[in-house]
Design a binder for this molecule. Structure first.
Ligand SMILES: [Zn+2]
Length: 399
């Protein structure tokens, strides 16, 4: 155990079902959770509905004998008004179970609605832990992307008043996560890559940050190993079921890791980019990590030696902070390149003259402080200016 780790605890109740075709058991699983006679509420989004998967899952749920109400209206990432609309449905339908089907956005929306709908206040009232969340209708989370780990975490992200905010509490943890790699096979490549990079950033930040424990390190590093193995495969063979399964496990393990240890500066940058320029979460945090990884390693090398070992960089793991930083940066940028993430194009949407002040303010906003403070290398005021310089420099290409 590294000597900078003090005591820690673990109070965890997570139920998982993993395997190709596992979604076929959803009716049976739902019947084991929802009280007899209570309806089920299936919450998804427009993208998933377009693939026919919502109808398929609704049919599997009806096999349980419960009535099923379906709503698949969300487009993009959720806002407080989306949560409030779905929470109203929870109040009127009184479901015995909410089934969340989709990517991180749909899962976060359903998690929030299942809890907020059991209280009177709107979603915005619960932002940043301003008040305790109501106890939740049980949620079964069925991810169709491998990324956020929302199927397993106690957090959910939503926008309100033009800011990207979060809610946190044990009420938001799903009762069951059903991980079926077949559901992710049809996901287009850009989304596959964007979500996969988010999972990798989760693994890296939770394994190295100030709040890391041996458990977040174990989950995070295994997630990173799986992600580096399988994401490049999916960039070339998107229908590879084994690689899909590997990424789904990577995302879930990384979710367990951030649930224990939080994220770091890459996520603070990512949320700032979401608030200021509307950049989607995956590319935003991947760009954030690209801007801060070398700086982080150079200032806190001992937090990154196990990461280097997990990535097969045994020599760099024992090298100077400079060589370790260079090796890890090269490895990360190599992965971003081989996955075809297109981060330079994302960086190109930024304009220092227009965006510097707003990004600086967003990085310093209260909603991003937990991430800044949990970062592997302690961050001070001038560090944030240097970080923005490096972020804008990425417009010239990823060296
Ligand atoms: Zn993330």
């Amino acid at each position: 155990v590294p000597n900078d780790i003090a005591g820690f605890g673990l109070d965890y109740k997570v139920r998982l079902e993993f395997g190709p075709g596992r979604v076929a058991a959803l009716g049976e699983l739902a019947a084991g959770i929802a009280a007899p006679g209570r309806p089920l509420l299936l919450i998804s989004d427009r993208g998933v509905a377009g693939t026919g998967l919502v109808d398929e899952v609704a049919a599997a749920l009806r096999a349980s004998g419960h009535a099923v109400t379906t709503v698949a209206e969300l487009a993009g990432e959720p806002h407080d008004v989306d949560v409030d609309r779905h929470a109203a449905l929870v109040r009127s339908e009184r479901p015995g179970l909410v089934v969340a089907l989709g990517g991180g956005s749909a899962l976060d929306l359903a998690k929030l609605a299942a809890s907020v709908g059991n209280g009177r206040a709107g979603a915005a009232a619960y932002a940043l832990g301003a008040r305790p969340l109501p106890s939740s209708v049980p949620v079964v989370a069925v991810p169709t992307t491998a990324g956020t780990g929302a199927e397993i975490t106690r957090t959910a992200v939503f926008s309100a008043g033009g800011r990207k905010l979060w809610a946190w509490g044990p009420e938001l943890r799903p009762a069951l996560a059903v991980l079926d790699p077949e559901l992710t096979v049809g996901l287009p490549k850009p989304l596959t890559v964007a979500c996969g990079l988010d999972a990798l950033v989760h693994g890296i930040e939770a394994a190295t940050g100030q709040r890391r424990t041996p458990l977040s390190e174990a989950y995070g590093l295994r997630a990173v190993g799986l992600g580096f193995e399988h994401l490049p495969v999916l960039a070339h063979r998107p229908k590879d079921l084994a690689a899909r399964g590997g990424m789904l496990l990577a995302a879930c393990l990384a979710g367990l890791a951030i649930d224990l240890a939080g994220t770091g500066l890459a996520h603070a940058v990512g949320h700032a980019l979401g608030t200021v320029r509307g950049v989607a979460h995956g590319p935003a945090v991947a760009l954030g990590l690209t801007a801060c990884l070398g700086w982080n390693v150079a200032g806190a090398p001992d937090r990154y030696r196990e990461l280097a070992r997990a990535l097969g960089l045994a020599e760099a793991a024992d090298a100077s902070s400079y060589d370790l930083a260079r090796a890890l940066e090269r490895r990360w940028r190599g992965l971003v390149g081989s996955a075809g993430a297109g981060l330079v194009q994302v960086a190109h949407t930024l304009d220092p003259d227009r965006d510097r002040r707003a990004l600086g303010a967003a990085l310093r906003a209260p909603e991003n402080q937990p991430m800044v403070q949990a970062n592997a290398r302690p961050v001070d005021e001038t560090d944030l200016d240097g970080l923005l310089d490096r972020l804008f420099d990425l417009r010239a290409g990823l060296p």
